[in-house]
Design a protein around this ligand. Structure first.
Ligand code: URA
Length: 212
C-alpha cells in the first residue's frame, strides 16, 4: 500500500480554513470541492489512458483519452458525497457507485447499510472518497469489498487521516500494491470519542449544516 500526504501550500491553506470552527457550511463545501480536485490530480496519476487522434485547427495529432473500463468513483455515505462533484469534474467519464457503512455499536462490526456497485469490478480502477480516515474500520471494509469484486486497484482519497487509521489500513492491506491512500493532512491522533485531533470536527455535519 502506498501512502501519499500531498504537501502543497494550496492544499495546506485550504485544510487550515476547513479546520477553522468558524468556517460556514457553504464555504466548507466549496473548499472541500476545491481540495478534492487538488488531491485527485495526484490520485489519478496512474489512471489508465489510451492514445487517440485529435484534429486541431492546424494538424492531426495524438492525444489522450481515459481507457475502458472507465474508473469508478465510490463516495462513502454520507460525508463522501461532499467530495463527489470535485472528483467527477476531473474524471467526467467515471461511473459512480455508493457504499454506506456504519459501526454496530454493540458488536463493533462494520455493517454495510447501503450498496450500489456493479457486481463485477474486474479490471476497474476504483477511487474511494471519504473525508476523514479516523479508526480506519470503514475504509478497511470498503477496500476489501471492492477488491473482492475483482477491482484492479483501489485509491482512497481522504482530507484528513489519523495515524491510527493509516496503521489499520497498513495492517489489513499493507502488503497489497493495489491499494493507494492519498491524504491532504496526517494529524496527531484520535481522542476518546474517535474524533481526529486537531481534525476539523464531524465532516458530515460541517458539510451539511447539522453541527450543534
Ligand atoms: N469522522 C469525522 O467526521 N470526524 C472525525 O474527526 C472522525 C471521524
Amino acid at each position: 500500500m502506498r501512502v501519499q500526504v500531498v504537501d502543497h501550500p494550496l492544499v495546506a491553506h485550504k485544510v487550515t480554513v476547513l479546520r477553522d470552527k468558524n468556517t460556514s457550511s457553504p464555504v466548507f463545501r466549496q473548499l472541500t470541492d476545491e481540495l478534492v480536485t487538488l488531491l485527485a490530480y495526484e490520485a489519478t496519476r496512474e489512471v489508465r489512458t489510451v492514445p487517440i487522434q485529435v484534429e486541431t485547427p492546424v494538424a492531426i495529432t495524438t492525444g489522450t483519452a481515459f481507457a475502458k473500463p472507465t474508473p469508478l468513483v465510490v463516495p462513502i455515505l454520507r460525508a463522501g458525497l461532499g467530495m463527489l462533484e470535485g472528483m467527477t469534474r476531473l474524471v467526467p467519464t467515471a461511473e459512480v457507485g455508493f457504499l454506506g457503512m456504519a459501526r454496530n455499536e454493540e458488536t463493533l462490526d462494520i455493517i454495510t447499510y447501503a450498496e450500489r456497485l456493479p457486481d463485477d469490478l474486474t479490471g476497474r480502477q476504483v477511487f474511494v472518497i471519504d473525508p476523514m480516515l479516523a479508526t480506519g474500520g470503514t475504509l478497511v471494509e470498503s477496500i476489501k469489498y471492492i477488491l473482492d469484486r475483482g477491482a484492479d486497484s483501489v485509491t482512497c482519497i481522504c482530507l484528513i487521516a489519523a495515524p491510527e487509521g493509516v496503521a489499520r489500513l497498513q495492517e489489513f492491506h499493507g502488503d497489497d500494491d493495489r491499494v493507494h491512500l492519498v491524504v491532504a493532512a496526517l494529524d496527531e491522533g484520535l481522542n476518546e470519542l474517535s474524533y481526529i485531533v486537531p481534525g476539523l470536527g464531524d465532516a458530515g455535519d460541517r458539510l451539511y449544516g447539522l453541527a450543534e
